[in-house]
Design a protein around this ligand. Structure first.
Ligand code: UFG
Length: 328
């Protein structure tokens, strides 16, 4: 059985990917400091508790498991917090990734799939945005993702290590079998926040910006189902194991939905009305962010299967109705 080290394996996308790795006959070893992840989401392989900035701990775990590859999810993700506390983001996302790459190199582990982000594009000049668009992040979070992409390129040139950097668009939805879902604290993402409003846990949902140059005035995003994202990591792993060259790929559904369209889908699917209130734009939010998905299809053979808006909201609703609902 081949072993894959999954940093951030107790987190939202990491845990869904561990489940799929196990289903395809691999052993996922989750490496997570549990600062945001959940130990009870690690069910398909061992949990090694540790922080990616801790080189000694990384060395120990890599030596113990001798992984064929690393899938590297661990990192801080809240764009707003990155503006307030950039040091934490550079430390975890950049220094942590450097420590990981160095320990991988020392142990001869040469394949890595990295969680990059559409935030590297900033406010893209065109939509859908292709991988060749200029990189111009507008937050420290996006800057850290760009920095790690550059680091991966440099390591590939210098040492022949091979990587797939996956630029996620908006991850959403939950495991269709109901075993895993999204649990962030604080929750900043649109779909879970709308579901919390539907459950009556919030008085309303704020719409950040109603004057964007879009058909209904609200921002457009490309929502991609977390199980499709997990499958993209498996496809990237297969690509690297087959000898593929280093690659950077968008992972999105290739279709955009406005904030209002998402809220309407949540009301329709849950059958529960909730209030919305216009609020100012969030700094750095682009009007529209939709992936050009040709490269992922061509190089990885990956296409989304569950990323229609209804499947995303239905699976997320099944999860949140069970885990967030107030006690009766
Ligand atoms: N939104 C609201 N109200 C809310 C929450 C969000 O109107 O309560 C809006 C946002 O302004 C945005 C859209 O809903 O237009 C989606 O917002 P999310 O916070 O769910 O996601 P983002 O697009 O801000 O961020 C996501 C990832 C980031 C990544 C980014 C790439 O969460 O990690 O995409 O741009 F960096």
């Amino acid at each position: 059985m081949t072993t894959v080290l999954v940093t951030g394996g107790a987190g939202y996308i990491g845990s869904h990917t561990c489940k799929l790795l196990a289903r395809t006959g691999r052993l996922p070893v989750a490496f997570d400091d549990l600062s945001n992840g959940h130990a009870d989401a690690v069910r398909w392989g061992p949990l090694e508790v540790g922080n990616i900035e801790d080189s000694r701990r990384l060395r120990e775990v890599i030596a113990a498991w001798r992984p064929e590859a690393v899938i590297h999810f661990a990192g801080l993700i809240e764009v707003g917090r990155s503006v307030e506390d950039p040091a934490a983001f550079y430390r975890t996302n950049v220094t942590g990734s450097l420590a990981l790459l160095e320990e991988m190199g020392a142990a001869g582990v040469r394949r890595i799939v990295f969680s990059s982000s559409a935030s590297v594009y900033g406010v893209p000049p065109a939509s859908p945005v292709s991988e060749d668009a200029p990189l111009d992040p507008v937050s420290p979070y996006g800057e850290t993702k760009r920095a790690v992409e550059a680091m991966l390129d440099a390591f590939a040139r210098a040492h022949g290590a091979r990587h797939a950097a996956l630029r996620y668009f908006n991850a959403a939805g939950a495991d269709p079998e109901g075993e895993l879902g999204e649990r962030h604290d604080p929750e900043t993402h649109l779909v879970p926040r709308a579901l919390r409003a539907a459950l009556g846990l919030e008085s309303h949902i704020a719409i950040f910006g109603t004057d964007y140059p879009t058909p209904d005035g609200t921002a457009i995003r490309d929502y991609v189902h977390v199980s499709d994202l997990a499958a993209a990591h498996l496809a990237a792993l297969d690509y690297l194991v087959a000898g593929g060259d280093p690659v950077t790929v968008n992972i999105g559904a290739g279709r955009g939905h406005s904030v209002r369209q998402v809220l309407d889908a949540v009301r329709r699917i849950t059958g529960r009305p909730f209030a919305e209130r216009p609020a100012p734009r969030r700094t750095g939010d682009p009007p529209e962010l939709v992936a050009a998905t040709g490269r992922a299809a061509r190089l990885l053979g990956w296409t989304p299967r569950l990323s229609d808006l209804d499947s995303i909201v239905e699976t997320a609703w099944a999860w949140h109705a069970r885990h967030d609902a107030p006690e009766a």
